[in-house]
Design a binder for this molecule. Structure first.
Ligand code: IMP
Length: 190
């Protein structure tokens, strides 16, 4: 069975992809290939960071690899927080990051935003990227208790509730990450 590395130590991301691949391919995490160092995330956008992670791991550990990177892109904030989504406020605290976004959008009518995931597949010096996006709007305040990150302020298009008000199953059908993962799956299954 082909063995590939998913450049993450997030157990729920590993479990999700294993379920989708139905044991057709062996997926190993960073820990499992003994990659314990911090991988440099010095890209200026989501595409670059996703690429740099996959390239670093594949070249150093000589294994086919894929890596994901995601972020929230807000029209009125010229694409912020984007590649800085996880630490937009200067901390990695979701509450602080959300508050910074809501403060910056005070009295701004254009609340359009999107979530974007880029997955990079890297093998033998060549690579391919898979993009998943979901459009929506930023709510006026936090609504809902589920999820993580900016879920409680993101209302996906054609819905009247935030990601944080959805079940994991509901969110995983429509999310940016799910769209990118399905594109990767089609590629791997072929
Ligand atoms: P990562 O690249 O998947 O680690 O995502 C980077 C950051 O983007 C996270 O720390 C969150 O702040 C934000 N983010 C990405 N995906 C989501 C999501 O599905 N819901 C809420 N926030 C997200």
């Amino acid at each position: 069975m082909k063995k590939i590395c998913f450049a993450t130590n997030n157990d729920s991301k590993i479990a999700e992809i294993k379920l989708l691949l139905q044991n057709k391919i062996e997926i190993v995490s960073l820990k499992e290939i003994n990659c314990i160092e911090d991988i440099p995330e010095i890209g200026t956008n989501i595409e670059e960071n996703s690429f740099l992670k996959a390239q670093y791991v594949s070249k150093k550990y000589k294994i086919p690899c894929f890596a994901d990177d995601s972020g929230l892109i807000i029209d009125a904030l010229k694409g912020e927080p984007g590649v800085n989504s996880s630490h937009y406020s200067g901390t990695r605290n979701d509450e602080d990051n959300i508050n910074k976004v809501l403060n910056k959008l005070t009295n701004i009518d254009n609340r359009k935003a999107k979530f974007k995931t880029v997955i990079t597949w890297y093998e033998n010096e060549s690579f391919k990227q898979f993009v998943g996006e979901i459009n929506g709007t930023i709510s006026l305040k936090k609504i809902g208790n589920g999820g993580f990150g900016y879920d409680s302020i993101f209302i996906p298009e054609n819905f009247d509730k935030t990601f944080a008000e959805m079940t994991t199953i509901e969110k995983n059908i429509i999310s940016h990450r799910a769209i990118a993962i399905h594109k990767l799956m089609n590629f791997l299954n072929n």
